[in-house]
Design a protein around this ligand. Sequence first.
Ligand code: AMP
Ligand code: MG
Length: 278
Amino acid sequence: MDFRKRYIVEPGSHVQLDRLDPNDTGSYASKEEAAKPLQACLCRMRELQYRMYAENKRSLLIVLQGRDAAGKDGTIRKVLSVMNPQGCTVTSFKVPSTLEASHDFLWRCHLVVPRRGNVAIFNRSHYEDVLVVRVHALVPHKVWSRRYDHINAFEELLYDNHTEILKFFLHIDRDEQLKRFKRRLDDPGKQWKISDADYSERPFWDDYTQAFEEALQRCSTKHAPWFVIPSNRKWFRNLAIARIIVDTLLDMNMQYPEPAVDLEEIRQKYHAAANASE
Ligand code: AMP
Ligand code: MG
């Protein structure tokens, strides 16, 4: 199965989230069936990230968006944690600080985009500025409505600077969200995650749907595609995201740089004598 083809938001296409099944598990019937392919994929991801770091020419930006409890943190823990920390950064975007809020909305994101050879993971992102900001009218319509164009221009700039961009919308439904909130309530290790906002945002579900749909529609581009990942089943979400990242890294066809030294000369000069005396 070609995960990219199946879950990409084709640029210019119309998105209706309620027509996309959050329970979809593609051609996989169970977590057990997906376990081996996932492991294989994670190994591959680690190798390819190493190659990207070695090549030191290009970079990858991974954007995770989704409703509360959609699995953004879980994806980082279960999938993206295979990345070598030397060569990877994670940024979680919260309510803007005073400093952040006194700049344009892209400033805080631009500061943490991946440098050459690196992967950057955004847990939430510049898209919050057309999501929560739009739903709660934190700025006037005429301000947020211009941001889609700003975002596309920003992402194109990154792409032109050799950054591949993958954006994942983790798609869950209302019932699954409530179930996950309930589980948090009953798990002493997860209670810290519960916020008033989780519950107070639920009545805005449809407004968020609209905001997500518009962001997906207007900002899925050739250079920075959106993927809608069915995420009610965590194991499938993990596999789908891992596969899409690996397939993208494979296409990038990264190469180790040529050695900076003459290997033969070094062998002769420093190792020949040692070999002879062994
Ligand atoms: P969490 O991801 O659960 O730690 O929550 C972070 C919170 O910060 C969420 O409620 C987001 O909606 C909020 N947030 C992130 N970016 C922005 C933004 N640009 N403006 C307002 N709220 C934001
Ligand atoms: Mg939260």
